[in-house]
Ligand binder design. Structure first.
Ligand SMILES: Nc1nc2c(ncn2[C@@H]2O[C@H](COP(=O)(O)OP(=O)(O)OP(=O)(O)O)[C@@H](O)[C@H]2O)c(=O)[nH]1
Ligand SMILES: [Mg+2]
Length: 418
């Protein structure tokens, strides 16, 4: 479901771009014997057996020099920090100091990695050196030659193994704290653990000006797929039809749960019987991708915000903001209204750098376009500093008074009790 990021890193001229081209089977990155050929990260989507869709990302050498070189190195390290897996390419029969420093960074950020000794045709890695490095670094070490080729399938198999082994499987607060603050997700499907065989679920999907042309949005599609995976039954309607789904205000169809778009919350809550759990796609996504327990405790900070407090809004996708934009317009307006305080908002899009500015609260979007790792990595800084973090869906629910609504309380119980 998630598109994993595999980042190829190492010193200049070791064959990173050559390796990327071999893995994806196309000439996507420029190869040359001039050190520093690759400047910005270059990405190519590919399908890896046993993993699914992946982005293979080529980067500039981590030993680049000069003013521009330093900026390139910064970009490479940033890409490595967000990776689900790094392939560290090295040559010359052993690790250099630069390689060792890079390994430290990867370990610190919890990024699994494979060491690829390239240019074996020029200088092979001895058995002793290989064993020593594998022991020192605690990872796989692979011999490779982009000129000779040959073992691409073996390397892809290894990549699949390491990605599977490193899959994040925890969500609870204690384990998250032990891991350095930010936990991962409990499961892979949006409704795993909530919907089981024969359960009926109602999805409320508004088709309004913000709905994309001719299709559903990703969390809605993920939700439908997850209900099907769990052998449940899903019915889909627009907010205007919800009343018909509960004849005489009763749960006649026996819905276990109603899930709607955050923005339709109030409208839908007014017609769904209070004994039916009612939640939003964005909160389901938050459970899957983010440190959910932290989001839940962080959202309460909204009540104690003070005049002059800074709030950071993190949106993972890049889009042009419209006047109805949820992160840039609606959440700030509602937060100012609900708190009655003079709040300052800052916004960061995509994976743009975050300049730490002593925020009182950080509000992360659902992150449907990015991986768990990207969200964890972006929030790590704040979690470590004890800054409360929450997410769009929970913030909207809190500010709209849903934490007091019985159906929503039941929804949260469903999410946190299994
Ligand atoms: N003999 C030999 N040459 C290789 C091998 N892999 C790459 N090369 C050559 O090494 C040079 C550098 O390769 P690139 O793939 O551009 O290296 P890079 O790490 O991407 O370099 P930068 O982008 O400058 O950081 C090129 O001339 C390649 O043809 C290999 O396995 N054996
Ligand atoms: Mg290159």
């Amino acid at each position: 479901m998630e598109v994993k990021n595999i980042v190829v890193v190492g010193r200049r001229n070791v064959g990173k771009s050559s390796l990327v081209n071999m893995l994806v089977g196309q000439q996507v990155a420029i190869v040359s014997d001039v050190a520093g050929t690759t400047a910005d990260p270059v990405r190519k989507r590919m399908e890896i057996t046993g993993v699914g869709a992946c982005n293979v990302i080529d980067t500039a050498g981590i030993d680049d020099v000069g003013e521009l070189g330093e900026k390139r190195v910064e970009r490479s390290l940033e890409a490595a920090g967000y990776a689900d897996l790094a392939l560290l390419v090295f040559t010359g029969g052993g690790l250099s100091d630069d390689d060792r420093q890079l390994i430290e960074v990867l370990k610190e950020k919890g990024v699994p990695f494979i060491l690829v000794h390239n240019q074996e045709d020029i200088e092979p890695l001895s058995d002793d050196a290989l064993a020593g490095i594998a022991e020192e670094c605690g990872c796989y070490v692979v011999r490779f030659s982009c000129t000779i080729g040959g073992n691409v399938d073996e390397l892809l198999g290894l990549i699949a193994n390491v990605l599977k082994e490193s899959e994040i499987t925890v969500c609870d607060g204690e384990k998250a704290a032990a891991e350095g603050g930010v936990g991962g997700a409990k499961s892979k499907g949006l409704l795993d653990g909530i919907v089981s065989e024969g359960d009926r679920v109602l999805f409320v999907c508004p088709i309004d000006g913000e709905a994309p042309e001719g299709r559903l949005i990703l969390p809605e599609v993920m939700g439908i797929r997850s209900v099907l995976d769990n052998r449940g039954v899903v019915m889909v309607c627009q907010p205007g039809e919800v009343l018909d789904m509960f004849p005489m205000g009763k749960n006649t169809f026996g819905f276990k749960l109603v899930v709607c778009d955050s923005q339709a919350f109030k409208e839908v809550a007014s017609v769904v019987p209070s004994d039916v759990p009612l939640g939003s796609f964005s909160i389901l996504l938050a459970r899957l991708k983010g440190p959910f327990e932290m989001y839940l405790s962080g959202v309460k900070k909204i009540s104690s915000l003070c005049d002059g407090d800074r709030v950071l809004i993190l949106e993972s996708c890049s889009h042009r903001a419209t006047c109805e934009d949820i992160g840039r317009v609606k959440i700030p307006a509602l937060m100012r209204k609900v708190t009655g305080k003079r709040l300052e908002f800052e916004f960061v899009s995509g994976v743009d750098s975050i300049t730490n500015n002593r925020y009182a609260l950080v509000v992360q979007c659902g992150g449907c376009v990015v991986t768990q790792r990207v969200i964890r990595e972006r929030l790590r800084l704040f979690v470590e500093m004890g800054v409360p973090v929450t997410n769009y869906g929970l913030a909207l629910a809190y500010m709209n008074g849903l934490f007091e609504v019985e159906g929503f309380k039941r929804f949260l119980r469903l999410l946190t009790n299994f």
